[in-house]
Design a binder for this molecule. Sequence first.
Ligand code: HEC
Length: 267
Amino acid sequence: MFRLISLFTLILLFTCNSLWADYENGEKIFKAKCSICHVGYISGEIIRENFYNKNNKLLHLKSPTVNMMAYSLKDSPLHVGEKDDPEMQKIEIEEFLKDFLYNPDIKNSICDPVILKYYDKKESMRGKVSEEEITQITDYLFEYQSKRQKSNSKKVLSSIDDVSLLLTQAKKENKIILIEAMSETCHFCKTMETNVFSKKDIQEKLDKYFIFVIVDIDKTKLPFGLDVTYKGFTPSFFMIDSQGKLKNKYPGSWTKEDFIEILNENK
Ligand code: HEC
C-alpha cells in the first residue's frame, strides 16, 4: 500500500513539475521572441479605460499585452477552439498559432475590432520562431491565467519592461509600488519567500494596496533611479509612489510581523 501511494505521489510530483517546466520554457521563449512587441501584464481595468475611454492615449499600445492574448485565445467572443474541452482547445490553439504566426492575415485576427484599429499590422514570423517553440509558447499562453493568479499578482521585472506602465497602474489603482531587490543566490530572500510572502494575510495586503515588483539585480537594473540609493543588500525593499518617487526603504530580511508593520506604514 505504502509503495503504491509513494509511486502515485512521485508521478503526481513529476507531472506537476513538468507542467511548470513547460510553462517556464514557454515564458522564456515568449520573452525572447514576442516581448519586443507584446508587453507583460496590465490589468483589464486599465486596458478597458485605455481603449474604450482614452482612444489608446493612456498606454499607446501597438499590439496586445500577454494577458490580452491569453484572453483572446481562450475566452473572448472570438476565442479559438472548443472552450469546454481544455485538452482539445490547447491543440487547436497551437494549430492556430502556427498558422497565424507564419501567415498572419487580418481576416484571421481574434482581436476585438474596436481595439484592432490601434494596432500595427502583424508580420510573418516564418524563420524567426520554430514549430517546437510555438508548441512551448502555447503552453505558456494556455496556462497564463491560472499560473499568474497563483503567483499573487507579483511581477518579476525584466530589462525590457516599460516601468512607466507601473506608474500608470499605480495611479489608476491607487497603489504603492513595492520593489524587492533580490538575487537567485540570496539565502534570506528564499527564507522570506517561505516565511513571509507565502502567507495568506501578507498576500492579501500586497494584492490590495501594492504592486509587488521583484528585481533580480544580477539580471536587471533597479528602476526609478534606485541604484543610486541601493547599498547592495539582498533583499532590500523600496516603496515608490505613483509619481515614481522613493517614499521609504527597508534594507535586509524581515520577519512576518515586522513586514506587516512595514506594509501598514506604507499602504
Ligand atoms: C513585430 C511585432 C510583433 C512580434 C515580434 C510578435 N507579434 Fe504578435 N501581434 C503583433 C501585432 C501588431 C498584433 C495585433 C494585430 C493582429 O492581431 O492582427 C499581434 C497579435 C497577436 C495575437 C492575437 C492576440 C490578440 O489579442 O488579438 C497573437 C496570439 C500573437 N500576436 C502571438 C504572437 C507570438 C506568440 C509571438 C512570438 C512568437 C508574437 N506574436 C510576436 C505584433 C507582433
